[in-house]
Design a protein around this ligand. Sequence first.
Ligand code: URA
Length: 212
Amino acid sequence: MTPPAPVHVIDHPLVQHKLTLMRQKDLSTSSFRRLLHEISMLMAYEVTRDMPTQLIEIETPLETMQAPVIEGRKTVFVVIMRAGSGFLDGMLEVVPGARVGHIGLYRDPKTLVAVEYYFKMPHNMDERDAIVLDPMLATGNSAVAAVDRLKETKPKSIRFVSLVAAPEGIDNMRRHHPDVPIYTAAIDRGLNEHGYIVPGLGDAGDRLFGTK
Ligand code: URA
């Protein structure tokens, strides 16, 4: 049996420092947004570490050489709305040629089951590596539903990136999508009775957009 894809905890001190600031309840909306932007740029380095490169011929001031470049247009960032959009701009700064897809899901507050209301991907998904963005991997129901849908478009590969994950969400993803590696800055203790990650950072969408 193939072992499940790894869970990468990005424990770089800069990422951990910024996450600690973001967890604090009195942080302003603008600071939360700026920190999420900064963390997403830093996490992009890890998430894209093994991206394929190709050699092109260039001329330095001294001679011609074969040098590696990333084919950015082959990457698609898949935003799970709405909090995933806070992760997007930082990732795009690092991989500006990437395409962007959106998946709209909301959690039914009673059942915590993910319900889809929007789905839009670029063409030729079979040529692309998909990087799914959702800051909070809580129950994992949205993540599983998003990856279920995404797999229908047959991308070459899928990675899942969260800022904070709960063990329950990781287990759920590994049960349903053992082939999808997970990248996260923290694995927290668990979920409370409302499905929030504890200690967590609260509702990422509300904190990002100032809606509470
Ligand atoms: N979604 C959030 O924004 N926060 C959580 O803790 C869980 C799900």
